[in-house]
Write a protein of this length. Structure first.
Length: 301
């Protein structure tokens, strides 16, 4: 019945995977194809046969009688044609990145990238300090005067992504008529501290203030928790200046410390993996995420 049709192995895989997934978008993700181009191929196939291959029933994609007959014929000819995700091992691509930058800048773009390719083999490694273990792509934060890291494995020359400014913040709803203007004005406030910031030299003005305290300090495990405490518990916490772009309810307290508190975001790749298409795509995602937010990192912010 279908012997005369020019159905090659790729088209057969598209059809059989669509039948198995019962979803065109999932088929496109599984085969790493653009859904519009894939649908166009299936529509041409239906036109050649002269009968619909799929129909929707209760919002679920199902095979028509003609589609079931074609599924049986192509399975006999090609087998079930499992996609690459099940048949071929792809190299694991590791992204080492601070959790704060992942949540604030990269999460949405990474999710969109992964959504397009169900065969991707990606591992995201949390990185709170300098690079410590090999990764195909590494993003880290360092003090402005820190030397180039020497972790004991090969890394490309670092690329500067952004200079991040930090200052104390409080929630606007807890701000009275008289805002704190100096560190000495913080006596009546609880301070929220990300525990990883204790050893960061560029945060010394803030950390010195915390070391002088015997109480009224909340130590938490992440920058996200500092934000929650500042927003909901009348605390004052050290946060990057760009945080007001993410939450308009937060108020920067710039005049508290005369010495600037900054960190530099760097990017490096493993030299032997630099030409892999997945690595190139991942680097482009990271660089684009920072470039699109360039105005977040100016001195005024």
């Amino acid at each position: 019945m279908f012997e005369h049709l020019p159905i090659d192995r790729q088209l057969a895989q598209i059809f059989l995977t669509s039948a198995r997934c019962a979803c065109f978008r999932q088929t496109a993700r599984s085969l790493n194809l653009h859904v519009t181009l894939m649908r166009r191929q299936l529509m041409k196939l239906e036109a050649s046969i002269g009968s619909p291959l799929f129909f929707y029933e209760n919002r679920t994609l199902r095979l028509s009688p003609t589609g079931k007959a074609l599924q049986q014929a192509l399975t006999l000819r090609f087998g079930d044609l499992q996609p690459e995700v099940a048949s071929t091992r792809r190299r694991r691509i590791r992204l080492a990145v601070p959790s704060d930058l992942l949540d604030d800048f990269l999460a949405r773009d990474l999710i969109a990238w992964l959504r397009k390719d169900a065969a991707m083999n990606l591992e995201i490694l949390p990185l709170e300090g300098p690079p410590e273990e090999p990764a195909e792509v590494t993003v880290w934060l360092a003090d402005p005067d820190s030397p180039r890291p020497d972790p004991g494995f090969a890394m490309s020359k670092p690329t500067l992504l952004a200079r991040l400014h930090y200052c104390a913040h409080m929630a606007k709803r807890y701000a009275g008529r008289r805002l704190p203007r100096a560190a000495s004005d913080l006596t009546d406030f609880m301070l929220a501290q990300h525990s990883a910031n204790d050893s960061i030299r560029s945060f010394e003005p803030w950390n010195k203030l915390l070391r002088q305290r015997q109480s009224s300090v909340a130590q938490v495990h992440s920058q996200a928790w500092v934000r929650e405490l500042v927003r909901n518990s009348a605390c004052i916490g050290l946060l990057p200046a760009y945080v007001t772009k993410l939450d308009r309810n937060l108020l920067p307290l710039e005049p508290l410390f005369r010495q600037p508190m900054e960190r530099i975001a760097w990017l490096s790749v493993a030299p032997l993996a630099a030409n892999l298409s997945e690595v190139e795509a991942l680097v482009a995602i990271v660089q684009r995420a920072f470039e699109q937010r360039r105005d977040w990192f100016t001195a005024d912010n």
